[in-house]
Every structure is written in C-alpha cells, then in structure tokens.
Write a new protein. Structure first.
Length: 103
C-alpha cells in the first residue's frame, strides 16, 4: 500500500500539467524524486479523488499509448481530445511535441 503522502504529491503534480499537454508516469516519478516509482504514480492516479479537475487523464505511458484510466480508455481519449491532444489507435499523436517535462 502506498503512503497517502506520496499520493498527495502525485495529485499536486498533476495540477502542473498544462491543458493540451501530456506527461508520462515515468516523468512524474522522476519529478517526485522517485525515478523507479512509475507504477506507484499510476496507482495514485487511479485513486485520484479530484478527477477530471485534477487531470490524471494527462498522464500516459512512455511509448505514447494511453495506459489505464479509471473511467476507461475511451473517456481518457475523449478528455484529451477536448484539450487538443489528438489520439489515434490508442496513442497520442505528435507525442514528443505534446509531452510536458517538469522543471
């Protein structure tokens, strides 16, 4: 089980991802100082009580594929499309242009 503190850090970091951009579970883990914690980031996203206001739908796999979403992949793709992120065959188009890297 993950510490609540880690989940809260993930949820705060989600708010930093600009509308129309995506990041990866791996990028978030690095930003949080836990580079090996990609799965833990995914689990925290799954538990996100503030979705979609706290935008866990903006986090995807490192290969640009959507990954999971508590409300389903179609809903995740729909939210991303509404924000200007094109998704085709389950992957973010122009992935490298859309990725947000935390500073």
């Amino acid at each position: 089980m993950q510490p609540v503190e880690f989940n809260e850090k993930v949820w705060r970091a989600l708010k930093l991802i600009p509308r129309g951009r995506i990041t990866t579970y791996k990028e978030m883990a690095k930003y949080l100082g836990r580079p090996g914690a990609s799965r833990a980031v995914g689990k925290a996203c799954h538990k996100n009580p503030g979705a979609p206001t706290v935008p866990c739908h903006r986090v995807v796999k490192s290969d640009g594929s959507l990954g999971g979403y508590v409300r389903g992949a179609r809903k995740k793709a729909s939210w991303l499309k509404k924000e200007g992120v094109k998704v085709k065959s389950g992957k973010v188009e122009e992935f490298k242009k859309k990725i947000y890297r935390f500073m």
